[in-house]
Design a protein around this ligand. Structure first.
Ligand SMILES: Cc1cc2nc3c(=O)[nH]c(=O)nc-3n(C[C@H](O)[C@H](O)[C@H](O)COP(=O)(O)OP(=O)(O)OC[C@H]3O[C@@H](n4cnc5c(N)ncnc54)[C@H](O)[C@@H]3O)c2cc1C
Length: 488
């Protein structure tokens, strides 16, 4: 199959027997559910653009395993050019969907596991890398969307996995059998879980010898026996259930979603197990996944492009576009957006080859990139709200706007610049609301803060990678400091 069309992707999801719960009930038809569907549309865009000549260079590439054309989301980066094309693809998809298109977590899991399993095998003589390559081949040939599941519930953050009151607060091995393993636990905040054919699980942190049973990585089909999902709700999500909802959604076409994914004694056959108690390598796998994923936050610059455009349009409709402070705020928004982009580009160009042949980003720069992402979208959203005016949160509903008597009242009092459409003005304000406070704010704001690790996780990596001793030595040399005179 190699490349699926958008329609084939949607049909392939219908074949999955997912166990999904929302608002206390099982969802029987996941694909056509109006709350879930926009998020599926966002993933479908990764298939749709791969079919279009204009985007083929970014969305597709040749598999290093077979030489066949594959979707870039299933590719192992073979050069710095691949790393740069990855983020260009992500910015493009952010622009096309103005939301989280979800397929990056799986791509980042593939790449992190590829080099980590290679290095693990070299030390232990295991065969995880060959197993993983076979799995990857299936992912490429079937053009799968795969969820990258790392974050455990973690319970008491002050305790290690084995010291938790409930052992299931971190995903763990129950039993190692001759033919595979049995696992129990859960993963929180799983992006795109319901739109994924498969899930890859990985440990969430470095692990000591006491926590060997938590050092586990494997892949399962999303409808594997013993696994189920509970959908996370989002601000304004039930607007999608309102009859004829359009303007009030801000972005009626696209969205994202996250789930709590629970595994209750799930059996995983050996050929799908990529780490089993090798706790020494848990930290490396986390570091590499997080590094790739922090690079991936280039996607937010694509969403930022849409928000900046929406703010500029709001100023046009307001009749305030020529004011110098508005122009300056738009410049600042672009400056912040391009600063995030610059770091993502830099960490890609400074990437290097690992022993496995796969290319890794520059970890210091990837962490600086994500640290900026924990801040700048909030500033960009603040400027957008400033430019939009209060109407983005006080606007009556679309039903009022469509009402024969109330509609004309709204048209009269919400009119903006002479010669512009009031409906268009309301549409752009709802888009800004969606990105700053509504369903898409999950992806644009809080995911920017916590996705791929909370801010402190990047600061720890920056302190590790920043090489402070070398910087001190540079200062010593310039200042002619004689260290023999110091007792520090
Ligand atoms: C929208 C969204 C999408 C996501 N998608 C995915 C996904 O697809 N796959 C995936 O695996 N994960 C995903 N994540 C999870 C993300 O990686 C986590 O949110 C992140 O690692 C933080 O974990 P937490 O949410 O449990 O926060 P917490 O761990 O509760 O952190 C809250 C605060 O406490 C601090 N803290 C936590 N532990 C300690 C400690 N021991 N000592 C000192 N301070 C501490 C943190 O620094 C932070 O400031 C997603 C998250 C979001 C919000």
């Amino acid at each position: 199959m190699a490349l699926m069309t958008r329609e084939e992707y949607i049909e392939s999801l219908r074949k999955l027997d997912l166990k999904v719960y929302m608002f206390g009930k099982r969802v029987e038809n996941v694909v056509d559910n109006p709350i879930i569907r926009p998020s599926m549309n966002s993933v479908a865009m990764t298939y749709e653009l791969a079919q279009q000549d204009e985007y083929k260079d970014l969305l597709t590439t040749k598999s290093h395993l077979t030489g066949e054309t594959v979707n870039r989301f299933t590719h192992i980066h073979q050069s710095t050019d691949d790393l740069v094309k990855k983020i260009k693809m992500q910015r493009l998809l952010g622009q096309k969907t103005a939301s989280c298109f979800q397929r990056c977590v799986g791509m980042d899991a593939f790449n992190a596991l590829y080099s980590t399993t290679y290095e693990m095998d070299k030390e232990y003589g295991t065969n995880y890398h060959e197993r993983f390559k076979k799995y990857l081949l299936m992912a490429q040939e079937n053009d799968w969307t795969v969820d990258g599941a790392m974050t455990d519930p973690k319970g008491d953050r002050g305790l290690s996995p084995s010291k938790q009151a409930d052992p299931d607060l971190f995903l763990h091995i129950n039993e190692v059998r001759e033919d595979g393993i049995i696992v129990t636990g859960a993963k929180c905040h799983q992006t795109g879980s319901l739109n994924s054919h498969e899930h890859i699980f990985m440990p969430t942190q470095a692990l000591s010898d006491d926590d060997k049973d938590y050092a586990v990585s494997f892949a399962v089909p999303s409808d594997v026996e013993g696994m189920f999902m509970i959908l996370g709700r989002q601000s304004c999500d039930t607007r999608k259930l309102e009859e004829g909802a359009d303007i009030d959604l801000g972005n009626s076409g696209f969205g994202g979603h996250e789930c709590l994914v629970v595994l209750d004694h799930v059996f995983v056959p050996n050929e799908r197990v990529f780490m089993c108690r090798e706790n020494k390598y848990a930290g490396l796998l986390v570091e590499r996944f997080a590094g790739y994923h922090r690079q991936s936050y280039a996607c937010k610059t694509g969403v930022g492009d849409v928000l900046i455009g929406a703010a500029a349009l709001a100023a046009d409709y307001n009749g305030a576009a020529k004011a110098s402070h508005i122009k300056d705020k738009l410049i600042e928004m672009m400056h912040l957006n391009e600063t995030m982009w610059a770091c993502s580009v830099a960490c890609s160009y400074e990437g290097y080859k690992t022993e496995s042949g796969a290319y890794l980003i520059d970890l210091l720069l990837a962490n600086v990139c994500k640290q900026n992402v924990t801040r700048f979208p909030y500033d960009i959203a603040r400027y957008a709200e400033d430019i939009a005016g209060g109407l983005m949160v006080t606007l009556p509903s679309e039903a009022d706007f469509r009402h024969p008597e109330l509609g004309p009242v709204m048209k009269k009092y919400y009119s903006g610049k002479v010669g512009t459409s009031t409906e268009n003005r309301l549409r752009v304000l709802r888009l800004i609301e969606n990105l700053c406070l509504g369903t898409a704010a999950v992806g644009y704001r809080t995911e920017s803060m916590h996705g791929a690790g909370s801010p402190q996780a990047q600061r720890i990596m920056i302190s590790r990678q920043g090489n402070l001793p070398a910087k001190k030595q540079m200062a010593r040399e310039i200042a002619h400091i004689d260290v023999s005179k110091d007792d520090i």
